[in-house]
Ligand binder design. Structure first.
Ligand code: R7I
Ligand code: MG
Ligand code: MG
Length: 304
């Protein structure tokens, strides 16, 4: 199983990074989602952003230690942060504090006037961790929480990460079992891992009620990430992943067409869906999209 874990996490990371890199191409003025639908792709290389940089650190930690050690992860995030990759303003400050010696619990708690961040940054990087835990949604949720806390002290920021990790765990599990999870069951299982008093929970329940509607209606009602928070991002991404779990390119197109925080919606959806479809096969991450994406950092594959 250890090799399987890493293979599943790597497939999710491939899907996450391609979604991030292709999605962020649509922030370029003059670029239109119709181009993607018509098969007109942006010129490579598609540079990945903070979503991928942080997800690579999560996978590297799992590969090295088999579990999330919050102190090590906080340091890895802080040391590898290239601010030009488009980090959120809260994240830049938190990671600078950690880099200069502030303990992560203090740095994370100080964000946004002491509320802690409810940004979508803990959710955007966590799908590979969920895929790693294909054998236990409980463990996926617990490790997602640990991976979130080092930057996101607000309960909704953490809930977003738990929701995405549980979805990716179920997706990877379905792949191993050779089945296809029914969308309503998948969303119900995700909701079951969340605090019913929270906004992300309520959003996931509304997403379940919107199954069968169009993606545009779902984005209208659930949000497309334009506020960059977990609450405004995660419910729609789970709607897309549940609906299009068998079709990576279609799932990414749905994110691009919805607009909003497209690098991040496509990163989350791409990570979950690729945990199920894998790379290269039917419905999987397209090889042409993988090779157009900027290569992943060399330290990710270098022996430690
Ligand atoms: O969560 P985070 O890492 O952001 C990730 C996003 C993704 O879209 C990436 O692609 C990148 O572009 O950034 O970074 P934070 O700065 O912690 O949170 C992101 C945003 O969420 C903030 O800039 C705020 O707009 C919002 N936000 C909050 N707003 C009000 N109150 C986060 N926490 C709060 C809050 O407590
Ligand atoms: Mg980004
Ligand atoms: Mg983003």
């Amino acid at each position: 199983f250890p090799d399987t874990r890493l293979a599943l996490a790597r497939d999710a990371l491939a899907g996450l990074s391609v979604g991030d890199a292709l999605g962020s191409q649509f922030f370029v003025p003059g670029r239109h989602p119709d181009d993607l639908a018509a098969g007109r792709l942006p010129a490579p290389p598609w540079e990945w952003t903070d979503d991928t940089e942080m997800a690579c650190s999560v996978v590297a930690e799992l590969a090295a230690a088999g579990r999330i050690d919050r102190d090590r992860l906080a340091l890895a995030f802080a040391q590898r942060c290239e601010p030009y990759r488009g980090y959120g303003p809260g994240a830049v400050t938190i990671l600078r504090l950690i880099r200069t010696g502030t303990p992560w619990p203090v740095a994370a708690a100080s964000a946004f006037d002491g509320q802690g961040s409810c940004g979508n940054g803990a959710a955007m990087r966590v799908a590979p961790l969920g895929a790693w835990h294909a054998d236990s949604t409980r463990r996926a949720a617990e490790q997602a929480r640990a991976s979130a806390e080092v930057t996101h002290a607000h309960p909704e920021g953490v809930a977003g990460a738990v929701a995405v990790a549980v979805a990716a765990s179920l997706a990877a599990r379905a792949r191993l079992d050779g089945g296809r999870p029914e969308p309503a069951r998948l969303l119900t299982a995700v909701a079951g891992a969340l605090d019913p008093a929270g906004e992300v929970y309520r959003g996931v329940r509304r997403a379940a009620a919107l199954l069968g509607h169009s993606a545009a209606e779902a984005a209208d009602s659930l949000g497309n990430g334009s506020r960059v928070t977990a609450q405004d991002t995660v419910p729609f991404t789970l709607w897309v992943a549940a609906t299009l779990l068998h079709d990576y390119p279609a799932a990414i197109r749905a994110c691009v067409e919805a607009g909003g925080d497209v690098d991040t919606t496509a990163a989350i959806v791409g990570g979950i869906v690729a945990a199920y479809t894998g790379v290269g096969g039917p419905g999987g991450v397209l090889e042409g999209w993988l090779t157009a994406r900027e290569p992943l950092p060399a330290w990710l594959t270098a022996p430690t």
